[in-house]
Design a protein around this ligand. Structure first.
Ligand SMILES: [Zn+2]
Length: 70
């Protein structure tokens, strides 16, 4: 895993976290994995381009799943 320096405090390293979040699409509830980074120095939560992309793909996969069951 590559380390990234926090762009807010420029002191800490950003650590990647994954959490399950509940999402709703067309009235169907589901859980997807969501990624975000947190700085180990200033504790700022940040979503970079990679995490945003991962989250979007997870959401798209969930929507596809809902589409099949409706
Ligand atoms: Zn920081």
């Amino acid at each position: 895993m590559n380390t990234r320096t926090c762009s807010i405090c420029e002191m800490g390293q950003l650590i990647l976290y994954t959490e399950k979040i509940t999402v709703v699409h067309l009235g169907q509830q589901g859980q997807i994995e969501s990624q975000y980074s947190m700085c180990d120095y200033c504790n700022s939560e940040q979503v970079g381009a990679d995490e945003a992309r991962f989250n979007k793909l997870a959401m798209n996969a969930f929507k596809k799943q809902v589409f099949k069951t409706v």
